[in-house]
Design a binder for this molecule. Structure first.
Ligand SMILES: NC(=O)c1ccc[n+]([C@@H]2O[C@H](COP(=O)([O-])OP(=O)(O)OC[C@H]3O[C@@H](n4cnc5c(N)ncnc54)[C@H](OP(=O)(O)O)[C@@H]3O)[C@@H](O)[C@H]2O)c1
Length: 184
């Protein structure tokens, strides 16, 4: 929790905790309709959605949500046609949030990896981890950098003090389930 802001991470990962292929693109095997509907509803409840520049380019802001894009190309916090843009080297998270979402509330963080790493250091209040259990993406981009030396996403979230709810099945036929990790 930062001021009146609650930080919620959202990721869909493969069985080996990857969010995208080695080419930097999310494969079709990591897209699931049931998850997409749930994810979009969660974004609708947020006062702002924070993405890395690459995730933003891969998922353009077609719904015109209040979006904050991290990039070293931004000067502080600046308004562009497609979103707010933010350089974290210039402006703190607290200030970026108060500029872009002054009413406070839920901050949705859908990644990618560099942004998940950054917010892991700051502190997630919740992390909504969806797993496509039949998908493996060897050499793909991991959800957190610490996956690369061999830790699981569950171990990383647990080490941050988050506790898992019982998993919820989103799509039994595709073996897709959701585990919400929460700060007690
Ligand atoms: N499966 C999932 O749930 C999921 C979730 C999210 C993304 N994805 C996929 O993952 C891929 C992208 O992930 P990624 O990890 O390669 O990239 P990313 O985190 O989306 O974007 C990385 C970029 O964000 C900017 N950035 C990050 N931290 C910053 C900071 N502290 N200050 C300033 N700028 C910062 C930099 O942009 P500049 O280079 O402009 O400086 C950096 O190159 C895409 O294919 C996306 O679709 C999948």
């Amino acid at each position: 929790m930062i001021g009146g802001y609650t930080i919620h991470g959202h990721a869909i990962v493969s069985a080996d905790d990857r969010i995208a292929g080695p080419d930097g693109f999310t494969p079709a095997s990591l897209r699931n309709e049931a998850d997409w509907a749930r994810f979009q509803a969660a974004l609708d409840r947020a006062v702002v959605t924070v993405l890395g520049r690459r995730a933003h380019e891969a998922n353009p802001n077609t719904r015109g949500r209040n979006r904050l894009v991290l990039s070293s190309s931004a000067h502080g916090v600046e308004r562009r046609a497609d979103a707010w843009w933010w350089n974290a080297a210039d402006v703190s998270l607290r200030e970026a949030l108060s500029r872009t979402a002054p009413s406070a509330g839920i901050v949705a963080v859908p990644g990618g990896r560099t942004v998940f790493d950054m917010f892991l250091d700051i502190s997630f209040d919740e992390f909504h981890l969806v797993r496509a259990g039949r998908v493996a993406i060897p050499d793909g981009i991991p959800v957190f950098s610490e996956v690369l030396p061999g830790k699981s996403a569950a171990e990383i979230l647990s080490a941050q003090g988050l506790v898992a709810d019982p998993p919820e099945t989103l799509d039994a036929a595709a073996s897709v389930d959701l585990t919400v990790w929460r700060r007690p």
